[in-house]
Design a protein around this ligand. Sequence first.
Ligand SMILES: [Zn+2]
Length: 83
Amino acid sequence: MVPISIEAFVNKHCKNNPEENPNQLRKDLKQAVKDKKNGETCFNCGQEIWAIGSAVAYQSCFSCLTGEADSSEDYEINEVCWS
Ligand SMILES: [Zn+2]
């Protein structure tokens, strides 16, 4: 995955989604990062969660959220971008 900072992602996402509340998104991302660090897993398949997807949608892994296996071009928050 492509590492990105929380701030950079919030800016990017809110530009594309003007109705999104940056403060809420930042808070959700911090929580998702914390959850991933704590080893939170996908409720569906048991893989580790995707912090960005979990903040934007619901707590799940990349494959279950997007239906794609290839995550090489998708963003993940830098502190938890280890796969
Ligand atoms: Zn999953």
